[in-house]
Design a binder for this molecule. Structure first.
Ligand code: NAD
Length: 250
């Protein structure tokens, strides 16, 4: 049975990695999917694959760190499909790797804008629509880097820890309004982002990071998002869901 029949989902960063895998899975489970990305090639390709598979999807180009573009992506979703049931704040960037003394101020601002402010903007402009409809689900992609320290990732770790705390706060603010707010904390997932960070030594990273003995796949995270998006998780709110092959458990 399709687990998201009649639901409308907006997925940011849907042109690559975790966002693409989740877009494809949600569409297979019956959702109409609005794929948002600032890179049109990847986003259009995700939509093409969904349609080829018989699903319904639309690409909207937006930079999620810009308020006007976030408002526009939500307005386009509601204009096209009539509602917004699931917002997946997933777009993100890794930023440079540098100790804090050498971390450039402009890069700090950029990483906080894309990885944290964008989540605030998504929540701020999706919730009024969800209240109008009588409910909704918000999921954000945080990271294990928001739970443990990674030297060199000051802005990224601070942003992801911010996403976890924002998730708790906003979940409490709207728990009585049938709006559930959760986040996912992935370990290392085999995506273009991870390839940029790991270079050509993924096996070394696996041994160091993942007790389960392999890197995660985008689908490992997509299935967690599917559970959180569906009514099966109706008692879950305000929580960080760790999907990391056991990394944080050590
Ligand atoms: N891959 C990992 O190991 C890992 C681990 C933990 C958390 N995450 C998080 O998962 C999320 C997805 O990452 P991924 O690994 O799939 O990366 P990815 O680079 O493969 O995909 C990210 C997508 O987001 C888009 N994007 C970036 N900035 C944007 C912006 N300002 N506006 C709109 N779109 C934008 C990119 O164009 C890209 O398509 C990110 O939030 C990332 O921080 C990834």
């Amino acid at each position: 049975m399709e687990r998201l029949t009649n639901k409308v989902a907006l997925i940011t960063g849907g042109g690559s990695g975790i966002g693409r895998a989740t877009s494809l899975l949600f569409a297979r489970e019956g959702a109409k999917v609005v794929v948002v990305d600032y890179a049109p090639e990847g986003g259009e390709e995700t939509v093409r694959r969904i349609r080829a598979d018989g699903g319904a999807a639309l690409f909207v180009r937006a930079d999620v760190s810009k308020s006007a573009e976030v408002q526009q992506m939500i307005a386009t979703t509601v204009d096209t499909y009539g509602r917004l049931d699931i917002l997946f704040n997933n777009a993100g960037i890794e930023g440079p790797s540098a100790k804090i003394v050498n971390y450039p101020e402009a890069e700090w601002e950029r990483v906080i804008a894309v990885d944290l402010t964008a989540v605030y903007l998504g929540m701020k402009y999706a919730i009024p629509q969800m209240l109008k409809q009588g409910g909704g689900v918000i999921i954000s992609t945080a990271s294990v880097a928001g739970m443990v320290g990674f030297p060199g990732s000051g802005a990224y770790g601070a942003a992801k820890a911010g996403v976890i705390q924002l998730t708790r706060t906003v979940a409490l603010e709207y728990a009585s309004k049938n709006i559930r707010v959760n986040c996912i904390c992935p370990g290392v997932i085999r995506t273009p982002m991870a390839q940029r960070v790991m270079g050509d030594r993924p096996e070394e990273v696996t041994v160091r990071m993942e007790p389960i003995g392999r890197l995660g796949t985008p689908e490992d995270i997509a299935y967690a998002a599917l559970f959180l998006a569906s009514d099966e998780s109706s008692f879950a709110t305000g929580a960080p869901f760790i999907i990391d092959g056991g990394y944080v458990a050590r």
